[in-house]
Write a protein of this length. Structure first.
Length: 430
């Protein structure tokens, strides 16, 4: 579960900073190309710049987008030269407090996602076992129950928008249970995360509301512990502050929400639009896993992840990187790096079940393995329940009318209108 990022608009872009000639021809990280055909954009980047591309973030901030598989592997493997230490960024004097991407980039703070070195590893020692303590069978049970509940809300209609009514709410409702929220608060958490991920003027206030939810949960679990992630974090023997607990809970929940939702919607979209996966709609199980793996390679939910910062001047992919420069991880582009594809034999990486994709990032800051397992259980179980309940599911609009999220960072569909034969609710069936 790589951390989601806000969608960005395309404001007027000031000139590249003085002393940064490489960014004079920087590629803007916005526009319809990322929304429609990002791989076409990446091919143009490779042709013009190679595996490391000078780019410009909304607001005119320079960065480097690493789109080469080997170069990205190097960056994520070398925590000394390319630490995830946001405090190193040489653009901080120019960043306004209301910058829409600030919740994504973050500021130095005591959380698992925004700390570096031994401090980061201290947080991992607490968070990873707390996630690993979640029983996979219970996770699947939660997911089946909540998926049925969401389908019950639409199954008699014969039509639905799967993104708004199933794919987006399901992961956060399951995660809310896992970390200890009562079901009635799950919907509020989902709204907060939607505002946070959409960016814009609501992102900052959503971030504050998100923290308030987590602070209340922390107090409740101190008073009455349970079998949940929050209680296991509180039971960890090392000492953490309330701020650290709160920030880590926010990171876990936010990281697991939209990428998992997009994993579900991108997989269902693939199965609804590609003949190769047609038998999945008739109850096939193997094809669900194949579709999910193909999405991680070809259409991964987290396309670009921020980031790393250069600890000193260096060279990477033929580019001169200065100390304090931001490096963005082009996960979606690196997965389709032709140098890697040429080295594969037999079927394509997705069809062969190859798990060497970078959808969950790589290195010390990759998505923890227990979190990956939780995301996979939620996504696969959700799709299985959906196809069991609505076996004749079909698109209700031409595929060319489906609209992608307007973001270079996230790859998801804004709506997935479907039609199906109305069926009874689970209550009626019992």
């Amino acid at each position: 579960m790589t951390r989601p990022s806000p969608a960005e608009s395309a404001p007027a872009s000031p000139a590249a900073p003085a002393g940064c000639p490489a960014h004079a021809g920087a590629v803007p990280l916005w526009g319809p190309g990322f929304q429609a055909e990002p791989q076409t954009v990446y091919r143009g980047m490779r042709r013009d710049h190679g595996p490391v591309v000078p780019v410009e973030l909304p607001g005119g901030f320079p960065a480097w987008l690493v789109i080469g598989y080997r170069e990205l592997h190097r960056v994520t493997s070398d925590g000394e030269l390319f630490p995830r230490d946001v405090g190193l960024w040489n653009q901080w004097p120019n960043v306004p407090d209301d910058w829409p991407l600030l919740p994504m980039v973050g500021r130095p703070m005591p959380s698992i996602y925004f700390s570096a070195g031994e401090e980061h590893r201290r947080h991992v020692r607490m968070v990873a076992p707390a996630l690993e303590g979640a029983d996979p069978f219970r996770i699947r049970g939660h997911c089946e129950q909540l998926a049925d509940r969401l389908i019950d809300d639409v199954c008699a209609r014969g039509t639905a928008d799967l993104v708004a009514e199933f794919c987006e709410p399901l992961p956060v409702l399951v995660l809310a249970r896992l970390i200890g929220f009562p079901d009635e608060e799950g919907a509020a958490i989902a709204r907060v995360l939607k505002d946070l991920a959409d960016g814009g003027p609501e992102a900052q206030s959503a971030h504050l509301r998100f923290g308030e939810h987590m602070a209340r949960l922390l107090a409740a679990k101190r008073a009455e512990p349970g079998d949940d992630v929050t209680s296991r974090m509180l039971d960890f023997p090392e000492e953490f502050t309330d701020e650290e607990y709160t920030l880590d809970l926010m990171a876990v929940t936010a990281a697991g929400h939209l990428p998992t939702a997009d994993w579900i919607s991108n997989s269902v979209r693939l199965m609804l639009t590609e003949d190769e996966f047609a038998h999945s709609m008739a109850g096939g199980r193997r094809s669900i896993g194949e579709a999910m793996n193909e999405v991680l390679w070809e259409d991964t939910p987290t396309q670009i992840l921020a980031g790393r910062w250069a600890a000193r001047d260096t060279q990477l992919g033929g580019q001169r990187i200065r100390a304090g420069d931001m490096l963005l991880l082009g996960l979606g582009a690196a997965n389709t790096d032709p140098l890697i594809r040429q080295g594969l034999s037999g079927p394509g990486p997705a069809q062969g079940g190859n798990g060497a994709h970078l959808a969950f990032s790589h290195g010390e800051y990759r998505c923890p393995f227990p979190a990956q397992e939780i995301a996979e259980i939620i996504a696969r179980t959700g799709i299985e329940v959906l196809l069991d309940r609505l076996p004749d599911l079909r698109l209700d609009v031409p595929v060319e009318n489906l609209v992608r999220r307007p973001s270079a960072f996230l790859r998801g569909t804004t709506a997935l209108p479907v039609r199906f034969t109305p069926v009874r609710t689970t209550g009626d069936l019992s």
